[in-house]
Design a protein around this ligand. Sequence first.
Ligand code: KMT
Ligand code: NI
Length: 174
Amino acid sequence: MRAYYYDNTDLDQRESHDSGKSVSLEDLERVGVLYWNFDGADAQEQLDKLAVERKYKNRDQIVVSPEGLGEAYETKVKSFFQEHLHEDEEIRFILDGSGFFDVRSKNDDWIRIAVEKGDMLILPSGIYHRFTTDAKNYIKAMRLFKEDPVWTPINRPDADDNQYRQSYLKGVSA
Ligand code: KMT
Ligand code: NI
């Protein structure tokens, strides 16, 4: 994992867009984003332990690639990249491949989080974010959730008055 400020050029979303300005784990924590790296022989065990601690009872797997999604691939990639939030955490464990999660900083700039195999990422409910594959066009991820999966994205600015947005903003300004 590497996190950095997005460079805001007009290049394709799948390019790295690395401004050269790094973002630390502490900076990520300040906006409510949690990160772990689970690798080695006990990666699965580490993941299962976290899932128990945080009460993530359900999980599934998704492959985002032209092979995995067929003709829907380009449309899916575009829709994942629409700025949105959820009323639940977005919890992803990267099983293979790579991609980019972008989250908004406190100053409303984009922070790009480049993820690869072994990366475990939790985005808090109420944070504006988006996702894209990178130029390799392949990522396989486990999606975890507490109860039944609810993937409903609420796009910006429709979610500005949402109660989860409001409590997220209170939490990060505290
Ligand atoms: C999401 O919600 O943006 C996704 O699930 C993207 C694929 S997971 C790497
Ligand atoms: Ni999302």
